[in-house]
Design a protein around this ligand. Structure first.
Ligand code: ATP
Length: 240
């Protein structure tokens, strides 16, 4: 039987009178790359924020479990200790720290200095632009550079579960390809991933399974390959 890493049951989120998520059930099993796609305002980011407990003051119902334990009100540093990492929409790098310091911060739960240094070197090889700018303040990087840094920083803690919110947003086509190559590689290494994406085609091409969210509800789920060929998905989300 597949092992659940993430299980969401009956999640409802309302911002005042706006019902953003209307009772969803979603699972991500060990080693899977699962994508959550849907139009603007469907409730995807709200779902990720509910997992990490970073929603503003609003009404939240339902149960979210990570590795069999309910997630409730953990601080972000506790989530990283539990190897749950998130790359938020808009990146969330530490703007007043250098690239190098951001990567070190990503590894603050680790005490294998040699391993941390080796990982930083590995990410510098994957993203040479970060190496060239290692001492530059993260806040002065371009959007694409910040996206690379945010991904690398999240992976420095060797997460069990990686949550990605719109990693392709605002990137040039070449950078989008590069980021998706990294996502595929990371997935092949066995890291479990929940990927929220506007670019449904790329997301479904990379994923094992997918969910479609519409106006706060999950309206479809299945094997990603099957969804790519589903005429309803093609018409509504793939522009075909
Ligand atoms: P996008 O792809 O455009 O980022 P999304 O699927 O991630 O969209 P959410 O950001 O989760 O959608 O938003 C879902 C709904 O909740 C939207 O109608 C949005 O306007 C509303 N919403 C989100 N955050 C807040 C907030 N802090 N206060 C009030 N309403 C909010």
């Amino acid at each position: 039987m597949s092992e659940n890493i993430l299980k969401i049951q009956g999640l409802k989120v309302a911002y005042g009178g706006i019902k953003a998520v209307k009772g969803i059930d979603l699972e991500v099993n060990k080693g899977e790359l699962v994508t959550l796609i849907g139009a603007n305002g469907a409730g995807k980011t709200t779902t990720l924020k509910a997992i990490t407990g970073t929603l503003p003051d609003c009404s939240v119902e339902g149960v979210i479990s990570y590795m069999g334990q309910p997630l409730k009100g953990q601080h972000s540093f506790q989530l990283v200790q539990q190897k749950l990492a998130m790359v938020p929409e808009g990146r969330g790098v530490f703007t007043r720290m250098s690239i190098y310091e951001n990567l070190q911060m990503g590894a603050y739960t680790r005490n294998d200095k040699a391993g941390v240094d080796a990982d930083i070197e590995k990410w510098f090889t994957v993203f040479p632009r970060l190496k060239e700018r290692a001492s530059q303040l993260a806040g002065t990087l371009s959007g694409g550079e910040q996206q690379m840094l945010a991904m690398a920083r999240a992976l420095m803690c060797h997460p069990t579960l990686l949550l990605l919110d719109e990693p392709s947003m605002g990137l040039s086509p070449i950078m989008v390809q590069k980021i998706f190559e990294v996502i595929r590689d990371v997935s092949k290494q066995g890291i479990t991933i929940l990927l929220v994406e506007q670019n449904a085609k790329l997301a479904l091409q990379a994923a094992d399974r997918g969910y479609v969210m519409d106006s706060g509800s999950l309206i479809m789920t299945g094997n990603a390959e099957d969804m790519l060929h589903d005429p309803r998905v093609q018409a509504a989300y793939l522009g075909e």
